[in-house]
Every structure is written in structure tokens, then in C-alpha cells.
Design a protein around this ligand. Sequence first.
Ligand code: AHR
Length: 492
Amino acid sequence: MNRIVIHTDTPSGTINRNLYGHFAEHLGRCIYEGIWVGEDSPIPNTNGIRNDVVKALKQIRIPVLRWPGGCFADEYHWKDGIGPRESRKRMVNTHWGGVVENNHFGTHEFMLLCSLLECEPYICGNVGSGTVQEMQEWVEYMTFDGESPMADWRKKNGREEPWALAYFGVGNENWGCGGNMRPEYYADLYRRYQTYVRNFGKNRIYRIACGPNVDDYNWTEVLMREAARHMDGLSMHYYTVAGTWKEKGSATDFTEREWFATMQKALVMDELIRKHSMIMDRYDPDKRIGLIVDEWGTWHDPEPGTNPGFLYQQNTLRDALAAGVTLNIFHDHCDRVTMANIAQTVNVLQAMILTEGERMIVTPTYHVFDMYKVHHDAERLPVHADCGVYEWNGESVRQVSVSASKNREGRIHVSLCNLDHRSEARLQLRLHGVDGQPALAGTMLTADEPNAHNTFDRAEAVRPVEFRGAAWRSGELEAVLPPKSVVVLAIG
Ligand code: AHR
């Protein structure tokens, strides 16, 4: 029996809804086809943006969207993406498939997308191949209210009012595709570039510095030492890869070893956040600076027959479990981790949505984001879990991942993942501070097969169903989680 105690009367921090953020890059079919189809497309759209995708993303209450990359951000020149579309400059997307980028989706289109989604824009600027002036002018173009060369140009291009821009990233992966820099060099560049990311009028920008790759603790140390006072956030990237970078493994055709490895590697997120936070704590004990996990998710081999540079992968129950576990970890660290952006929204990596021409399906990962949205901006509740392990071939991980929160109305939500491929998990939950036996409801995502997934012909093969496996017994909650399941309980 797994014993879990939830302290409902001593909340510890707020689960920032931005932990449920997303990332959309000019990569493969994410922006083009996945989001942007153009005004003349037979696919129903609003000024070129697909209506079905907007509707699905609004359902999960997407809070913030990062754009235009990724590696693409450090070779993106924003001026190529404004003005009449027919005359926009074309370029080669050298990182992703070597395809021609026609720049039809630019600043105005991205801002329209965010307003349709009712989410915050998070723009990543170009440090690797862009100039300080270019970055300065982009911010002026978007946010300056009044007369200025950039604001006047924006108005000429059809947008009178400035946009509100809350989040700006100063470069992406500048230790790698964003310029192969040393942390000392980037720290100096960061200090310089961010100076010109100005707050115009009432607009206030939260400046995010490029942070470490996975466990590069030296990068965090140097950035915090040299630039902490100039930043509001420091990013961190970590992808869950079941195999090796060279042979990641199939998204759908995997063994129990790969299932176990995926769970084991998803759980590494906890260690990474703890260790990077320890460094940040030394320079920023009040936790003013957010750790922004602005790229995370599972990364498998591309689907056979697709352009390998497009990173198109299917999404199974295994990905849903990895998402559930990771989101629970983010909750645990909500004092330091204030935003996260899963990669990537449509048709790329661990996507929410897959499209094929005019058809669209949502993935098992999407359903986890939908089930977990009850945690947005809720108070995190401390949890003590005395749980068993899931063993495979002499190695083990904890069998159950759990997180709990209380929303403004006082309703408690508990998200539970049973990582075990084969065995159910029996739970006894004690809720300190809860009297009697309040109303109980639950939702569950599971399937018979670990690689169950949705296809364009079977769009609902994996979808949430009512969970009936929990009941009150003598003042405690007892629940039985089926193998490989994600469950969210609503109490009260
Ligand atoms: O998400 C795909 C790529 O992964 C991004 O462009 C890059 O930042 C990371 O390496």
C-alpha cells in the first residue's frame, strides 16, 4: 500500500499557470500548416490562423507561447517578417530541413495568434547572428506608444496600438546553436543586449537570460555570478530521450526497457531543478529570479517516411505519463520554477496537436494538459508520499508521482501518475485539514497498450474517462490506479 499525506491547511506557494506554457518554432510543420495556413486556405482560419488549432489550445487554457525558436531564433531577422507578405524576404531554414522560409508568419501574425489564444507572448530575440540595434528596434516596434521610427513603421503596417509584451528571451541555447559561446562571453553579451530591451510606457518586460543545457552547472554559476542583477529569469533546457541522442528510439514501437528509461529520465528533471536552484539560491536567496524551463519534453526518432529535420513524432500513453510526472515536479519547485514551455505545440516533438492537411487530432499529452489545468494558479499543497517502487531489470523508480493543490474556491485537486507498466498502485490518502467526506470526482487517462495513441482514423483511441477507483473509507481516501495511468481527483 502506498501512503500519501496531503497537508491541505498549509499551502506552500502558488503553481504559476505559466508552468503550462508552450513553445512554437519555425520548424517542420509547427508554424506552417500546424498554425498558419494563410488567408486563402480552404482550411477554416482567422486571418490565416487555423481555427481548429486555436479552439483546441484555448480548451487547455494555454497561458504563454514562446516563439520564434529555438535554434531558429538566433538566425531570425524580424524585419524580414513584416510588411506586405508577397514582398517578404525568403530565407533558408538551415537548422530545420533546409526548407525555404517565406516569412509569412511574422510579428503581426504571432501577436494575432496570442490574442486569439488569449495567452501571453514570449519572444526570443537573436543574439547569435543579430545585432543589439536589431533587438532594440524589435522591442520598440512592438511596444513603443507614440511617435518613433519603429512605432510609425508598425502603424504603417496596420497596427496602431503597441502590443503588450511581458516576456523576452535574450538568445536561445547560446552555448550551442545560438553561437557556441562560453558562459563568460555570453554573460557579457547578455548584460549588453538586455540593456536595450527597454520598458516603454507602461509595458514591463521580464528579461530571460539563456541558461544551462541539462546539467551544465558551471553555466548557471557563471551567469548568476556575472549577470544575476540584470535578469528576471534564467532558462534551462532538458529533453527526455529514452535511448541515446544518436538512436533515440521509436515513438510508438518500444520495449518495456524503453518505457522504464523514459520514466527514469523524465524524473531527472527533479534533480536538475534542485541542483540549478541550489546555485541560484546562493546569488538570489529571495528567489526573485525564475528558473524558466522553456524547452522540455520527450524526443524520439522522427516518424518513418517524414523529413528528419522536421522532428515529427507520434505521441503515446508513454508521453502522457512523462508529461504528468514532469508537471508534478514543476509544482514541487514552484517557488523557483515560474514558467515552462513544452516543445512543441503542433506537429513537432511532444506536441499537443497533430495535423494532416485539414485534419487535426489531439494527443495523449494534450489530455494531460487538459486534466491538469485545474492546477493553474492554485496553491500548492505539501505532500508526503511513502510509496513503493517500480522495478525493471534491477533498477527502480518510485511507482507513483503525486501533486496536490487547492484552488480559489477551496477545491482540492490531486494529480497522480502510476509509472508502472504492469502493476496497479493501491493508495491510501490522508488529507490533513479536511473534515468529513467531501464530494469526490476523478478523471483518468490510460489504455490497454503502453503505445496507445491517437491517429487520424482513430482520433479518440486515448482520451480521458471518468475515474471510479477512489472512495472514502473511515475518513481516508482509498484509490486504485491502473497500471500506466494518469488520474486527477477533485475533492470538495
Ligand atoms: O525544440 C527543438 C530544438 O531543441 C530547439 O530549436 C533548440 O533550442 C533545442 O536544441
